[in-house]
Write a protein that binds this ligand. Structure first.
Ligand code: AHR
Length: 637
């Protein structure tokens, strides 16, 4: 019997588990076979799938805090407006189509200044994405383009509360008849606590500005980004991702790669270069995408988080079910070849040189490419996949090809299976790959999440859903010689976007909060096995317990990952063959009430760590809590 204590309260006087001998006799026995060769487990098993869905890109991961920052279109993709901007004081604002910054940004924000009296001012204010988060210890940087024929005095750039209380302020000078970019940094703020009822403002306060007209274009405002990356990602979101230990990153979609139509597909070349050259598009999820976060930014994120990029490329099929005809495919294929040259070509190539001009001379290494998204919905996959495969593999023979719809027109290295199933079916999927033929094609599951179609609340991200997801991924990990990658999807959603799908975690402007599924995925992903060990069971089998056991040579550890979907605790006797383990072990347990959900203000379900003292170095027993996901971390002697 093991002794157990909860390290979260540092209470080391042990709590012995009272196991009746009857329970011990009838309990499940598992023999961990470290004495026979296991299956190797994929290095890239746990990762992240990302696309801009439910405001997860602009307004979320992409850290630009301003909304409608370049007036290319309104939020719903219709004609541009001044939405999310308001005039300050003696200012009037309007949208101007006569003073383009450049081709990509034909509209500017026009400020007309009335008379400014001695203590008055006139200006523009951006409301942000459901507010602007200003925190006491955070540094901010802002930039914008501006010009004026009639005023050349100072512009005050401020972070302020909606009532006008200034939290940080800088002044820029040099306004002239030609557009010029102005940049400021706010090394500190006077905020005493975190707040979001704030605005970003640019204003004039001089009587000289009377009757002035000032044009503004392409704004940005960033707080501190993950790893300090310029034009980077929101730190708290990225840190929660990094805590999952993701080993791959699939981007930019998902449906959002495909476009609602062929013409509105994600076009890599419109997402690169300085912000003022980027061209937004109507995304597939009901709102405008600015492309402020683009191809190069995603590649930097992969480097910053040590994730292998899995690049999704458009393959001539869009969400309205339209396919590019076979005879018209060539320019679309060429678009992808250009994209690959942009990423991997050296600076002597046309697109490699373009990348270098964007600040990145060194080519990226790219291993995985996914041709299209969910081509299993299409009837034209055959000729499209072949056209892309033939052209890309001829130039990039080392790329590993992932396809998303079965066809037999060209070679496939890996098939991408997606699972959005109901509760019982998700659990049944546990052994889906146990007897799959291990031929030359492997599988990745780059999208999965429970959709409880049978329930009135199909996307409830409670512990019950998380445990079903946990059973599913435990089955995938058991087969991770063959299932090479997996990712929950979608990963993140903005609270105000009213996600219709259960995400891994949520955010608003102020903070993030993690679901029960997040905690299970984190425990499974951070305890990475390089080898999956054989486990022999007696006195029972799967259900309500589901397990996978693996070892990590570098860490010299064995991980027992166990899901208990049952309402009762379950005792299991373990024997370890071919290894001796330290008597000091750790259990990391995610458990709680079956229908418990986490929220912004309360997280009843999270990981609790227990320190264990085992009786022996080769056998022990452990009682798995009702409704729980547990990782037992055993150190090899
Ligand atoms: O995860 C949401 C969507 O579900 C993805 O964009 C798409 O690939 C899938 O159908």
């Amino acid at each position: 019997m093991q002794k157990i204590c909860n390290s979260s309260n540092q209470h080391f006087s042990t709590i012995s588990l009272l196991l009746s001998s009857a329970a011990l006799v009838s309990s499940l026995s598992l023999t961990i076979r470290n004495d026979v060769a296991g299956n190797s487990s994929s290095t890239y098993l746990y990762g992240i799938m990302f696309e801009d869905i439910t405001r997860s890109g602009d307004s979320g991961l992409y850290a630009n805090m301003l909304r409608n920052w370049n007036f290319q279109a309104s939020d719903n993709g219709s004609a541009p407006t001044t939405e999310f901007w308001e005039p300050i004081g003696a200012g009037k604002i309007s949208l101007d189509a006569e003073n383009a910054l450049n081709k990509a940004n034909p509209h500017s924000l026009r400020l007309d200044v009335d008379e400014v009296d001695d203590d008055g001012r006139a200006g523009i204010a951006n409301m942000g994405w459901w507010g602007l988060r200003v925190q006491p210890a955070e540094k901010y940087t802002a930039s914008f383009f501006a010009k004026s024929d009639s005023y050349s005095g100072a512009l005050n750039v401020t972070l302020e509360k909606k009532d006008g209380t200034v939290l940080a302020s800088q002044t820029v000078k040099g306004l002239s008849e030609e557009y010029k970019q102005f940049s400021v940094s706010f090394p500190s703020t006077s905020a005493s606590n975190v707040s979001t009822d704030n605005v970003f403002a640019v204003s004039v306060a001089s009587p000289e500005a009377k009757n002035a007209v000032i044009h503004f274009s392409v704004f940005s405002l960033f707080g501190e980004t993950y790893k300090g990356r310029e034009n980077g990602v929101r730190k708290d979101i990225a840190e929660a991702w990094a805590d999952l230990n993701p080993r791959f990153f699939r981007f930019p979609g998902g449906n959002n790669l495909e476009g609602e139509s062929i013409d509105t597909r994600w076009k890599w070349n419109e997402t690169v270069g300085p912000l003022e050259e980027r061209i937004g598009r109507m995304g597939d999820w009901g709102y405008w995408n600015t492309n402020g976060q683009g191809l190069l930014d995603f590649m930097y994120l992969c480097e910053d988080m040590n994730m292998e990029p899995l690049l999704g490329v458009y393959d001539g099929y869009s969400l309205d079910k339209s396919s590019v005809a076979e005879e018209d495919l060539e320019p679309y294929v060429q678009e992808v070849l250009n994209e690959l040259e942009y990423l991997t070509g050296d600076a002597s190539t046309k697109y490699g040189a373009m990348r270098a001009s964007h600040g990145r001379k060194e080519p990226f290494k790219l291993k995985y490419i996914e041709i299209g998204n969910e081509d299993f919905f299409s009837t034209t996959t055959g000729y499209r996949y072949k056209a892309y495969y033939d052209a890309i593999s001829a130039k990039y023979p080392d790329l590993v090809f992932i396809e998303s719809g079965l066809q037999d027109s060209a070679k496939v290295d890996i098939l991408d299976d997606h699972y959005y199933k109901n509760h019982s079916y998700t659990i049944e999927l546990f052994d889906k790959y146990d007897n799959y033929p291990r031929n030359n094609t492997a599988v990745v599951v780059t999208e999965y999440a429970l959709h409880r179609a049978e329930s009135g609340d199909p996307y409830k991200d409670d512990l019950e859903s998380a445990l079903a997801n946990g059973v599913f991924i435990t089955g995938l990990e058991r087969n991770s010689d063959f299932v090479k990658m997996m990712a929950y999807a979608p990963t993140i959603a903005r609270e105000e976007a009213n996600a219709q799908i259960a995400n891994l975690f949520y955010f608003d402007t102020e903070s993030i909060w993690l679901t029960p599924s997040y905690y299970i995925v984190k425990e499974w992903g951070t305890h990475r096995s390089d080898t999956i060990l054989q486990v022999d069971a007696s006195n029972g089998g799967f259900k309500p317990l589901y397990w996978v056991v693996g070892s990590n040579k570098e860490k010299n550890e064995i991980y027992v990952k166990m899901i208990n979907i049952g309402e009762s605790e379950q005792n299991v006797s373990f024997d370890i063959k071919g290894a001796s383990v330290s008597k000091s072990a750790i259990a990391r347990v995610v458990s709680g009430q079956l229908h418990a959900q986490n929220s912004k203000t309360s997280s009843p379900v999270k990981t609790v760590e227990q320190k264990l003292e085992l009786n022996s170095t080769s056998s022990f027993d452990y009682t798995f809590a009702a409704y729980s996901a547990t990782v037992l971390v055993l150190s090899l002697n």
